[in-house]
Design a protein around this ligand. Sequence first.
Ligand code: GDP
Length: 712
Amino acid sequence: MRYPLERYRNIGIIAHIDAGKTTVSERILFYTGISHKIGEVHEGQAIMDWMEQERERGITITSAATTCFWTQVREVKKAADDSQRAKLKKEKEHRINIIDTPGHVDFTAEVERSLRVLDGGVVVFDGVAGVEPQSETVWHQADKYKVPRICFINKMDRMGASFENSFNSILEKLTPYAVVVQLPIGSEENFQGVVDLLEKKAFVFKGDHGENIEEIEIPREMVGQVEQKRARLVEKIVEKEETLMEKYLAGEEIGLDDLRRVLRKATIDNELVPVFCGSALKNKGVQFVLDGVIDYLPSPLEINHLKPIKGTSPRTGEEIIRQPSDNEPLTTLAFKIATDPFVGNLTYFRIYSGVMKKGTYILNSTRNNQERVGRIVRMHANHREDVEEMFAGDLGAIVGLKGTGTGDTLCSPEDPIILEGITFKEPVINLKIEPKTKADQEKLGLALRRLADEDPTFRVTGDLETGETIIWGMGELHLEILVDRMKREFGVEANVGRPRVSYKETVRANAEAEGKYIRQSGGRGQYGHVEIKIKPLERGKGFVFVNQIKGGIIPQEFIPAVEKGIKEAMDRGIVAGYPVTDTEVTLFDGSYHEVDSSEAAFKIAGSMAFQEAAKRAQPVILEPIMKIQVITPPDFLGDVTGDLNSKRGRIESLSDRIMMKVVDAKVPLSEMFGYVTNLRSMTQGRGTFTMEFSHYEEAPKNIEQLIVEGKK
Ligand code: GDP
């Protein structure tokens, strides 16, 4: 069945670890799996079987994008028989794609890729703890991308749960725009159901899994509170639209449709955030969150922060704008590469415009190669569905693409476009990892390959001479988690070194040098002789080799060997053994011997010449500088900036975000070890930060000395 775009929702369930994201997701998949059965007899047994089976097999909620269907409770309640239900399905059923969001928010890469493709979020809180520091991090990330949100205060059944306190912590710590749309009936062990404030109706959840929703009378002791909270909600809504405001002030009753329409618009515009409550574990309230997703979160047609999607033409460099429509040329973003135990390599994509058809060729415009769409699958909770085509606004996965990476644009070959990619920064931190046994060596190899496939910011290098494996990542925590996964998921036992900063070296001046490798006494001789010039290049230019040899002073066949020798010397560094970069090397003279010259001799000569030249060219160490953003309550701003200054940081801007101060700064990576803990203690646990690589910069002399001595 083809769903019109306005009946699509692409959402993420966003939560601090332990708030109940997994339980909420499971319940969503459960209720959506049986949504068409609500009200049927005998369903109890069927549901049980389904749940048992799923429990054994493990629901694929770890899939990067899972699809499900939902018709709102109030609509289902209107349908009296099967034929009406069938009609309802046709007219009101929505397709909800749930995009997996990382529980850890410390790697911008993971967060960015999920926030890039989702249109709205359900933020889950623990009803006892309310807003926790980690939930603040996620929240501010979502603020940055202007993702419309609704909130779900979960665990209302837990001892110590308080809707009021949790809601107030959202108001105080996250957003003044939060509005209560539901009230809990009872609390802790007496938590029974919810009152919908707009409808002024109370509901309880019956059946083994809360699948039967029954309307009850609003408990007498709640009537006053319901009136009062509803009035406040209505006020907040009518403020958003002048004509409604006028009606309201004139004392007119505002209809439900108007209230919902304006609350929807305000939520999508990030001006209001509806707050729901329930207990996923006790099967209470999750269905209404799904109703809320439909009522208040945007369809792909309404996403303000993306609409219409922009890109550039790879042919002309001009800006191209695509509308979210099937009639536009195909424009998709590959947002995650994963390995599926059954079908192998899966490339998850989101279609912004056009239609993706099985069996066609598409262009990977980021890498300029063609790919064939052999198989398109849609991931459901309990199975994988092969589909012939997919449409604008949708999410799915292609099986078996070879040359596509995370963040690449896949598009129509006739109308190429490049979307802004998901940019991944250079991994600037590394550590040594040493398997304990031969068996671990093999497991490690497999684990590293798998993890690197999934995570574009994770790299592995091996040192053939020492047999050492070095892994590279974006930050301390990133490597910590990868090492943990290696141990837990792949059972690798290994010794792990301390994380180290990936320094580089470069030269600051021009210099010349000669390299001679001549051995001509006894046996076969060796003869390699080169003269080179080196010159500093701008940051980020890497290594450039220029060959100015004319007239065969050095035969052409030996030139690549010279270059290779130079490269090897560069990798070993001059100052402290870090790779040399941003340097141009020109080979301009030399000589050879008819018999004794060989590639090996020229390689050594090249290497010797480079080492000598580099020493004369004022070599220096480059250190990675990170771009960091700290979000802190205003009270701690002074401590945070003072601390950054003492870390050789440069504060670039101070700004306000809802209830928080935002500090943008550049700080050398070597100063940032342990900053998570550091910041926590400085801000009573409320400060959060993100960090990504910015650029390499010359290290000051005193720091260089420490690096050379191995103290930094
Ligand atoms: P995640 O880490 O956010 O995915 O959280 P989980 O869904 O794994 O839940 C963390 C813990 O909280 C588990 O022990 C759940 O059983 C429990 N939990 C989740 N939802 C509820 C709830 O509504 N009430 C109670 N009492 N516990 C819950």
